[in-house]
Design a binder for this molecule. Structure first.
Ligand code: IP8
Length: 256
């Protein structure tokens, strides 16, 4: 069984406090991944930028057109912070005996018009064949139209799930699933199912997000679901249940 897990930036970092890790969640994620790995479930991890990637990319307007010397520096700084965050996650997995291997996204992916254009899936597959756990991330990448762009981990996870014919794609998010209204509100209700033809939930994303937040995540999730991958969106607590398709409080993404 193959699971592609997108580990949301808001799960592993404090989204409102720049460059701050959520170490408790990183540890819990590593514990749960060890359990899956020990049950011979193949895992590919893709993490988001959280308060490491997004503020840096925004500071240098990496998503806008016109490349410049200052953007070159911003590209390098964004890459630095993403590598830093990636290594923190890898460290915890390795210390639990999980053979996690960092895959530098910008070395194997490019965009055109800010859409995924080239991606070396073979290298990810070759790592899987050798019982490794590849850990990729949303990243600053070469864009053949605009010079550079930000490629979201949400796109990478959906793309890989389809290309590798994963059994399941899980989006782990800080709020624990998709709600009918902003999750902080007392009357907010977890949606147990969501489909593209239904109304999109209202969100109140205040933290800086250069890649489009929940709306973008849902469009990636729907495209994977339409291609036949089972897709779930939920919190870290129920990672195992989502991977195995068991009943628990999370959101199932239906193809139509
Ligand atoms: O948080 C964005 O990845 P995401 C990565 O998965 C950067 O959208 C560098 C902001």
């Amino acid at each position: 069984m193959l699971a592609v897990i997108k580990l949301g930036g808001s799960v592993v970092t404090e989204k409102t406090r720049p460059y701050t890790l959520r170490e408790d969640n990183i540890n819990l994620f590593a514990d749960k991944t060890r359990q899956l790995y020990n049950e011979n479930i193949e895992v590919v991890i893709v993490h988001g930028g959280g308060s490491f990637g997004h503020p840096t990319a925004a500071k240098y307007s990496l998503g806008s057109s016109e490349f410049s010397r200052i953007k070159a520096y911003g590209f390098a700084e964004t890459r630095y912070w993403m590598s830093y965050l990636n290594l923190k996650i890898i460290e915890e997995l390795l210390s639990r005996g999980v053979p996690a291997i960092s895959v530098q996204t910008s070395a194997i992916a490019q965009t055109r018009n800010r859409q995924l254009h080239r991606f070396n899936t073979e290298v990810v597959n070759a790592f899987l064949e050798r019982m490794l756990v590849p850990v990729l991330y949303g990243d600053a990448v070469i864009d053949v139209t605009y010079g550079v762009a930000i490629l979201s981990g949400d796109d990478i996870a959906a793309y890989l799930a389809q290309e590798l014919r994963a059994d399941v794609l899980v989006y782990l998010i800080g709020s624990g699933g998709v709600y009918d209204r902003p999750p902080g509100r007392p009357d907010a209700r977890l949606l147990r199912e969501i489909r593209p033809s239904g109304a999109l939930p209202q969100t109140s994303e205040s933290a800086l997000d250069v890649t489009g937040g929940l709306r973008h995540k849902l469009s990636c999730a729907f495209s994977a679901a339409r291609s036949g991958v089972r897709v779930a969106i939920g919190g870290l607590t129920y990672l195992r249940e989502m991977v195995l398709g068991q009943d628990a409080p999370y959101t199932r993404v239906l193809p139509e």
